[in-house]
Design a protein around this ligand. Structure first.
Ligand SMILES: [Zn+2]
Length: 713
């Protein structure tokens, strides 16, 4: 009895649950549950609100790079401005170099199979003398030189404040540290040095090299998720005053204005640099290859200190080597001069002297067009083997010719593309400062989206790797167990590059081309960029701004493309053809293959139109009607792009908005009328929608056409 009663009670509930779940899977329902509740900092419009605030962290640093020992030593005084409404008990500092410590947890969690064979060098590296590149923190003191309590938890360090830091107050403290610089060619990483055995010199690209404050805000609290080696950073804006001591024959460049150029440049270099600032057409050599070859042999033991100052940047990086050839030119950004610098060893030539600085130029101009004018005074591209990595004003880029200086077209284009991409990162995330640790797509996806325009501006038809819709089909139609939604944390995703670079970039191109149209899209995208430059946006700020500035409900698009792994597949199931036939008898309205209309009524209507003339009438009265049943086997909601091709080979393109799927997401019936007879109907003929199966895109279906041809022959 008890069982029966339970069953009876359950029945109505389960019916209710089914109905509810049907509503829950409705693809046009709003994203209210997925997005954070708007507030006075991150508003419902997607703009920063009247209460918006962010912390500021200023750094004064003295850095010494010892070439003999490959040791980097630093003293940094940090001023932490608590602009939040909250009182803080401690500060979290990022120690990214601890990823290279001897106790690296990243090594512990990475699975490895027992190797079959190891060289003595690799055996030693793995089992006897593993490289220790972690931070050695030698002192943490406050401004009165009292030691501060701190606790290191892998790549994070908690600094206990002597007294709680109130809203509006600042705290000044100093950290002394050193670490062994890794050889990035041998040990990997996005910072370190490359050794060139032929001439015995090193090339240094130095980043994530100093303890940096984590972001504190009302989105994540402290963004203190560990650095596991892949997912990048969340960083506060601040001012930097940095002195870097390196061998005297090095050329160094980094984030910020070089404030002692007269002390570190020779008089010849100063003259050439001045010439470069006046040259807007071609790069000017400041340090030539011949001069570099001489320096490589001499190797000085003296040192020089380079001083750089930067305002309102979220990070600092530098590159240094006596191997650096250096060229520069001026770029005009809407009347403002920006310097484009390239630093590369002779091993990068002749590729680099031809293409690096010019690639910076096209990136700065294109990105400025789609967002806001590049606000910094320079952008630097540094040659570094196998690298592609970005910092404010400076980036590392791959692209090395063969030893004899020859290179394939592929190597050249890869180099140009990576320079455009990394220079582009100045906009996302260096200026539009999103949280990279959490949302890889917010910088990589938006950046890759504009990268496509820059490549096409450089050369029409440039073979861009990412952007065109059809290039994402392989990924989106692949094994679902190896695909994660774009809205996943970078460390947790599969197929990282497709997930966080290619798919969001392609999604935005599709959104621009076939959903919003360039005019509405570009205005909304610019609105987002300008609202959030020098601030910290979240995904919701992007989604909301794109809708806020365009009057388009795009929740279905974000939901499908960003929150699911669904793909696009739209097809034609059936087409019924009719012809219009004039009739006096209204009773006999519709017959199969025939639509009858009242000829008197139509001609009366046409006659009442003053613009009517007889010749036009034959073109306006439809003769044919086609009732088309569109189907959508793919999960993604998308507009239907249709090309109607007539027997005289003329055609018409119609894009039916995504809303056609509102009431029934599996089929949509539309009757198309024309005065000319149709020969063919094709869905997405130019492959603009990432449709994964085009075999159902044709009427008559391609197979039957082939069969008919066979039969006729
Ligand atoms: Zn990138």
């Amino acid at each position: 009895m008890a069982k029966l009663r339970l069953l009876l009670l359950l029945l109505p509930f389960s019916f209710f649950a089914q109905e509810k779940s049907h509503y829950n899977i409705h693809k046009f329902r709003q994203l209210k549950q997925e997005l954070a509740t708007p507030n006075s900092e991150h508003t419902a419009s997607g703009a920063p609100g009247h209460d918006y605030k962010q912390q500021q962290v200023d750094y004064v640093m003295d850095i010494v790079l010892e070439e003999q020992t490959n040791k980097l030593t630093g003293t940094e005084t940090i001023t932490y401005h608590n602009n939040s409404d909250d009182t803080l008990e401690y500060l979290w500092v990022q120690l990214d170099q601890n990823k290279r410590s001897i106790n690296s947890k990243t090594e512990v969690i990475s699975s490895d199979k027992a190797p079959h064979l190891l060289s003595p060098k690799d055996f030693s590296k793995k089992y006897i003398h593993p490289f220790d590149g972690g931070f050695n923190i030698t002192s943490v003191i406050d401004s009165e030189e009292n030691s501060l309590n701190y606790k290191v938890n892998y790549t994070m360090m908690r600094i206990q404040l002597p007294r709680p830091l109130k809203s509006g107050d600042s705290f000044i403290f100093t950290i002394d540290w050193w670490y062994n610089i890794n050889n990035f060619v041998e040990h990997g990483g996005r910072s370190g040095f490359e050794h060139f055995p032929k001439d015995g010199n090193n090339l240094y690209i130095i980043a994530q090299f100093f303890p940096r404050l984590a972001v504190y805000n009302n989105v994540e609290g402290w963004q203190n998720q560990q650095f596991w080696g892949r997912s990048e950073w969340a960083l506060e804006f601040g001012n930097y005053d940095v002195s870097i001591t390196v061998p005297a024959d090095h050329i160094l460049d980094g984030t910020g204005k070089l404030i002692n150029r007269k002390e570190v440049f020779t008089s010849k270099e100063l003259k050439r640099y001045k010439k470069a600032t006046e040259n807007y057409t071609n790069p000017v050599l400041i340090v030539s290859q011949d001069e570099v070859v001489k320096k490589e042999k001499r190797k000085t033991s003296k040192t020089k200190t380079w001083k750089l100052k930067a305002e309102n940047v979220r990070d600092f990086a530098f590159a240094s080597s006596r191997k650096f050839i250096f060229d520069a030119m001026a770029v005009d950004i809407n009347g403002k001069r920006v310097m484009a610098h390239s630093l590369y060893p002779k091993e990068g030539n002749p590729l680099w002297e031809k293409h690096s600085t010019k690639s910076i130029e096209i990136a700065l101009k294109t990105y400025s067009d789609y967002t806001f004018d590049y606000p910094y005074h320079k952008a630097i591209s540094v040659h570094a083997k196998n690298q592609g990595m970005e910092y404010p004003m400076i980036c590392w880029n791959r692209g090395r010719p063969n030893e004899d200086g020859s290179y394939s077209d592929r190597i050249k284009r890869k180099m140009i593309s990576v320079i455009i991409h990394e220079v582009g990162h100045n906009f996302f995330p260096m200026i539009v400062n999103s949280d990279e640790r959490q949302w890889t797509w917010m910088d990589e996806g938006l950046n890759s989206f504009i990268q496509y325009f820059a490549e096409q501006n450089l050369e029409k038809g440039y073979p861009s790797k990412r952007g065109p819709a059809h290039k994402i089909v392989g990924y989106m139609s692949g094994d679902q167990s190896k695909i994660a939604p774009i809205m996943s944390k970078g460390d947790d995703t599969y197929q990282f590059a497709s997930n966080a670079y290619a798919k969001p970039a392609t999604a935005l191109h599709i959104l621009r081309n076939i959903v919003m149209g360039p005019e509405l899209f570009d205005h909304a995208f610019k609105t987002y960029s300008n609202r959030w430059k020098f601030k910290h946006p979240t995904p919701a700020d992007f989604f909301r701004t794109m809708e806020d500035a365009s009057a388009m409900d795009l929740d279905w698009f974000w939901r499908g493309w960003f929150y699911t792994t669904d793909f696009v597949d739209i097809g034609i199931k059936e087409v019924k053809s009719y012809t219009f036939t004039a009739t006096e008898n209204k009773e006999n309205a519709v017959a199969r293959k025939e639509i009858k209309f009242d000829a008197n009524l139509v001609s009366n209507q046409l006659l009442s139109n003053t613009l009517y003339n007889k010749n036009n009438a034959t073109n306006t009265i439809p003769n044919f009607a086609y009732e088309i049943e569109f189907i959508k086997p793919g999960g993604l909601i998308m507009p239907i792009i249709v090309k109607y091709i007539f027997t005289d080979n003329s055609s018409e393109r119609i894009v039916y908005p995504a809303e056609v799927w509102r009431k029934n997401e599996f089929k949509f019936i539309k009757t198309y009328t024309s005065h000319k007879q149709l020969k063919q109907i094709v869905i997405d003929p130019q492959l603009e929608s990432a449709d994964v199966d085009t075999s159902n895109n044709y009427w008559p279906s391609q197979n039957s056409t082939k069969f008919e041809r066979f039969k006729n022959n």
